[in-house]
Design a protein around this ligand. Structure first.
Ligand code: LMR
Length: 423
């Protein structure tokens, strides 16, 4: 009498002997994601000294994820209000989109007061960019060419290509100065075919931490206008660059004032610490309210087959914070606190490199760059070495997420950087 286990073994052997070939047999192993793959490698490392400077996610000075106090208070209010879990409309929560638009463009901006901003809630900044790419592909009346800065956030490239747009890069970063190559940028904008869509990081450029000055933004706006290009702003870090949300919106608002019909991808992942809530918006500046209604109707047609309608929890948090004056004030000071901690880390890292470890290299870019990232100038070999010898994880392009360091480990990081860069 065969036991049930033996019978099962015989049966599975028979299946194998029929030379089973899986339907997915030819699916190749894909590479890990350039940014999120760093976290996976970090998690596998058991060293007590390990540091994750890969993904751009803010940590407090104890290296812990930071849930903002304004956000916790908003959630308490939401609990007390006993909210339901009904579907949002396709374009999300109106109280959220209204507040999000006002934060980006300014309360009294004519695009808001004249009701000509088409806006939809999105699955954070990535989802907003994807809606934007799809909208351009469907409705942009010229050749579907988009140019992005060199370098840019890695995900911009597949998002735009998968949306069906032709993508090229324009000059942005100058390796010699670790700053902006404004002349190269203006020249490339000038050379691009008329009506090209130009992707611009509104502030705190990712990955370089290098932003144009206000004067340079004015020059950029002028060339874009002359060439009749179309500006697509990505604003994932409003408040994170300077600590001041109004100041960080300078470029976006200036372009609108200059008469550009911008489109915008906005995210609340970083400035409200709502990474996993996936809350953002996509907006289109229209000529009038009637055009706005037509554009919004097409945004709905794009969104409905992608994910039907957006999640509500994060949007409720943002609208509660932005629509409650005390919570909004508290949030604005928390944004400043996060930006200031990053600035302090920049100063300390540079100081340790120069004073404690006597590095003779020029590290001024650490304190000149702004926002979440420092584009360190480390080569891929140096990145590999700092990972294997010092358990410090960062993206292969040498980008350091400044928020991943704390008072306790900034000196260790300086020592590690000095050791891998000194030859
Ligand atoms: C980053 O650049 O690290 C962040 O924007 C997170 C992400 O999704 O890549």
């Amino acid at each position: 009498m065969l036991s049930n286990i033996s019978k099962a073994t015989i049966k599975s052997n028979r299946i194998l002997s029929r030379a089973f070939i899986s339907t997915w047999n030819s699916v190749p192993q894909g590479p890990p994601d350039a940014i999120l793959g760093v976290t996976e490698a970090f998690k596998r490392d058991s060293s007590p000294n390990k540091m994750n400077l890969g993904v751009g996610a803010y940590r407090d000075d104890d290296g812990k994820p930071f849930v903002l106090s304004s956000v916790k208070k908003a959630e308490k209010v939401m609990m007390e209000n006993n909210l339901d879990k009904e579907y949002a409309g396709i374009t999300g929560s109106p109280s959220f989109t209204k507040a999000a638009g006002a934060l980006a463009y300014g309360d009294s901006n004519p695009v808001i007061t004249e009701n000509r901003l088409a806006i939809t809630q999105s699955i954070s900044g990535t989802g907003a960019l994807r809606i934007g790419g799809e909208f351009l592909n469907a409705w942009y009346p010229h050749a579907k060419n988009i140019i992005v800065p060199n370098p840019t956030w890695g995900n911009h490239i597949p998002i735009m290509k998968n949306s069906g747009l032709q993508l090229e890069k324009y000059t942005y970063f100058d390796k010699n100065t670790n700053g902006l190559n404004i002349n190269g940028m203006l020249e490339d904008l000038h050379k691009a075919p008329k009506h090209t869509v130009v992707l611009l990081h509104a502030c705190a450029h990712n990955p370089t931490g290098v932003d144009p000055t206000q004067e340079q933004w004015n020059q950029i706006s002028k060339v874009i206008k002359e060439r009749e290009h179309f500006p697509f702003f990505d604003m994932a870090y409003q408040g994170f660059a300077s600590g001041d949300c109004t100041r960080d919106a300078y470029a976006l608002r200036k372009f609108v004032e200059e008469g550009h019909q911008v489109i915008l991808a906005q995210s609340f992942a970083k400035n409200m610490g709502l990474y996993g809530e996936r809350v953002g918006s996509f907006s289109v500046v229209c000529a009038d309210a009637e055009e706005r209604a037509r554009v919004e109707s097409q945004l709905k047609i794009i969104i409905r087959p992608m994910y039907s309608n957006p999640p509500i929890h994060g949007a409720h948090i943002v609208s509660t914070v932005l629509n409650t004056p005390e919570l909004k004030n508290e949030w604005l000071s928390e944004v400043k606190l996060m930006a200031d901690r990053i600035i302090t880390m920049r100063l300390k890292l540079r100081e340790h490199l120069e004073k404690d470890f006597g590095s003779k290299k020029d590290w001024s870019h650490i304190t000149n760059q702004i926002g979440m990232f420092c584009y360190s100038g480390m080569s891929p070999e140096q990145v590999n070495k700092i990972k294997s010898d010092w358990h410090v994880y960062l993206t292969q392009d040498g980008r350091i997420s400044m928020a991943g360091m704390s008072s306790a480990n900034v000196k260790y990081l300086a020592e590690a950087i000095h050791n891998v860069t000194k030859d």
